[in-house]
Write a protein that binds this ligand. Structure first.
Ligand code: MG
Ligand code: NI
Length: 472
């Protein structure tokens, strides 16, 4: 007789979903599925609105990453205006994207995942959270909270409003950076850099050899991310590069033509689509995005501290890493890179120029905006009429790209930790940990609003739910 194990809610991820583990007659894992069960149709209800509203509207897709949608949307609109935005607007958008990367990665690491590393995978779930972290490691928790607050405050000062800043607009941005805000950010960068360097040192000394680094899943895949023309790590523009498990370049493509290489499959049991690399087919064309995707895709970092970390990371991984756990490591390296680039941008006197917006009308009937959100490549694609009214749109959100890989991760972990039908709380947390490493944003994934819990269930060969595991 076959059984299924369902886990819900999956805690400490952004959003809502459900995991089902399918057992065979011996009680061993046959398969696992990560369901995303909520859908709100931004791709439908934005039709008929004007392109000028799109950055503000699509920011409402998600309370967690509005900044990412605003930037992708503004870029798609730039393409419809057919303008080259002022260089200061370009620098400011980069600065905003980096601030978002710092705050989002800090949230993922310190609030959502560090409790597993510091308090133990088997400790009481009631204390395995940021409150428990504050009690056990107040100094580290305080630094992590301050690092995230720095990113949030930088977004606030750039955009004028922390949540849903209507700041990036078609053609540029709508508010220049003041000398006061430039100085505020500049003065806080050294503390942020020290925090992330200390955290990297702790991560490498204390967490690198844990068993979980291997058991959260280690499997080959393609990796995707934007890189600069010269192959350096990039987050705002550049070429879309796909590499194989050894880091060999499989494809470099114009991001505006993403549809030539990325297609989306659907499965009846989830609202989250399954993007795949089209030339390899479905599901063989599985690729990964986000921190590990980007650092595996690039040749190098352009800033010295992040580059030194990348060299160390690659030396110990023997090249590219396929380990799910290394998403955490990559996330920390990216925070360091972001802080280094923020320092460069803030030192550039062009950053406070008031020339921040190109004015134009509708000059193209189609526009694609692609950039690297914290969780991975974010794609907004709009088709408009001659008045700029949206006729059609396609969104491929960061979490979606990792859908195949997340399903693979939970199957790998479940196979190791569930034998002959035996399951324990610590095992469930490891399955969730595999998902958490990808830091999925389920609000975005289904273009839905708000946060909801997530579950795990066990079902038998007759399709009967044998157990439902949830912790709320
Ligand atoms: Mg879509
Ligand atoms: Ni989101």
């Amino acid at each position: 007789m076959e059984r299924q194990i369902h886990i819900e809610p999956v805690t400490r991820i952004e959003g809502h979903g459900k995991i089902t583990v399918f057992l065979d007659s011996a009680g061993d894992v046959r398969d696992a599925q990560f369901h995303v069960t909520e859908l709100r149709g931004f791709e439908q209800f934005c039709v008929g609105r004007t392109m000028w509203e799109m950055p503000g509207l699509t920011a409402r897709i998600c309370g967690i990453c509005p900044v990412s949608h605003i930037l992708a949307s503004a870029k798609a609109c730039d393409a419809i205006l057919a303008v080259r935005i002022p260089e200061t607007a370009q620098l400011l958008r980069r600065l905003m994207n980096l601030a978002q990367l710092v705050q989002s990665h800090a949230l993922s690491f310190f609030y959502l995942s560090a409790p597993d590393f510091l308090l133990g995978w088997d400790c009481d779930p009631a204390t395995r959270n940021v409150v428990g972290l504050i009690a056990a490691r107040p100094d580290l928790a305080r630094k992590g909270i301050r690092l995230r607050a720095f990113g949030q405050e930088a977004i606030d000062r750039l955009g004028g409003k922390r949540i849903h800043p209507a700041w990036a607009v078609p053609g540029g941005v709508n508010q220049a950076l003041s000398q006061e805000d430039r100085a505020w950010m500049t003065e806080r960068l050294p503390e942020a850099r020290t925090t992330i360097q200390e955290t990297l040192a702790l991560f490498k000394s204390a967490f690198g050899d844990t068993k979980e680094r291997d058991v959260l899943g280690d499997y080959p895949s393609l990796y995707m991310g934007l890189v600069r023309q010269d192959g350096a790590w990039e987050h705002y523009e550049g070429v879309l590069r796909i590499v194989d498990a050894k880091g060999r370049v499989v494809r470099e493509h114009n991001p505006a033509q993403y549809a030539e290489i990325i297609q989306e499959a659907s499965e009846p049991w989830t609202y989250l689509k399954f993007p795949y690399y089209q030339p390899m087919g479905y599901p063989e064309g599985m690729y990964r995005v986000g921190p590990l995707g980007r650092i595996n895709a690039c040749d190098r970092f352009d800033t010295p501290l992040a580059q030194a970390e990348l060299e160390e990371f690659r030396a110990q991984s023997g090249g590219r890493s396929g380990r799910v756990f290394d998403y955490h490591y990559a996330r920390l390296i990216e925070i360091l890179a972001a802080i280094e680039e923020m320092a460069e941008l803030l030192a550039d006197d062009r950053i406070t120029s008031p020339a921040i917006r190109a004015e134009a009308g509708v000059n193209a009937r189609e526009g694609v905006g692609v950039h690297e959100a914290p969780r991975g490549t974010l794609i907004h694609h709009y088709w408009v009429d001659q008045n700029g009214i949206i006729e059609k749109l396609n969104l491929i959100v960061s979490t979606g790209h990792n859908n195949l890989a997340m399903n693979r991760a939970i199957r790998e972990i479940a196979k190791i930790y569930i034998k002959k039908g035996k399951v324990s709380e610590g095992i469930l947390n490891r399955i969730e940990g595999g998902i958490r490493a990808y830091d999925p944003c389920l609000s975005c994934s289904v273009h839905a609003v708000g946060r909801m819990p997530l579950r795990v269930e066990i079902v038998n060969a007759q399709g009967e739910v044998e157990a439902t595991l949830s912790r709320d």
